[in-house]
Write a protein that binds this ligand. Structure first.
Ligand code: CMP
Length: 140
């Protein structure tokens, strides 16, 4: 089925100037960018986005990292978009990510891991709504 998923190019990848290279991975895999914006997240915004991880030991480092610089946030649309994007990203820990994945090629550590992608339809819906009102998503 055609799905939408939320993708974030994290501060490490924005700083490395590889937004376009990462976008090409999405496009080459048949995913369309149907909404996008660059944003410097505030601490409360980052904490809210990652609220499901609040009790995890890495939460504070994660938030600190996500507010360390601007991020590029986009909605990707396409057949099986959620799983497809996760395949393109590779494992959360870049050391474990398969060759040729975004994280294997552009990420440095489990925190500075270049990209985020929704992990399921329910989280995709919540995460998309967190950043984009429905009228800012272009039907394509
Ligand atoms: P992301 O997909 O954005 O979702 C939560 C983030 O927490 C994850 O990518 C990692 O960057 C970060 N993180 C740090 N440590 C861990 C860990 N042990 N397990 C999962 N995620 C972690």
């Amino acid at each position: 089925a055609v799905e939408r998923t939320l993708s974030i190019v994290k501060p490490d990848a924005v700083a490395k100037n590889v937004i376009g290279k990462i976008y090409s991975r999405f496009e080459d895999a048949g995913l369309r960018i149907v909404a996008a914006r660059m944003v410097q997240l505030s601490r409360p915004e980052a904490e809210g986005f990652y609220a499901v991880h609040k009790e995890r030991p890495f939460f504070n480092d994660l938030v600190e990292f996500m507010i360390s610089g601007p991020v590029m946030v986009q909605v990707l649309e396409g057949e099986n978009a959620i799983a497809k994007n996760r395949e393109l990203m590779g494992a959360t820990d870049p050391k474990k990510a398969e060759k040729g994945t975004i994280r294997a090629d552009f990420a440095d550590s489990i925190d500075a891991n270049a990209v985020h992608g929704s992990d399921a339809p329910e989280t995709a819906a919540v995460e998309i709504a967190y950043f984009f009102p429905s009228m800012q998503i272009c039907v394509r």
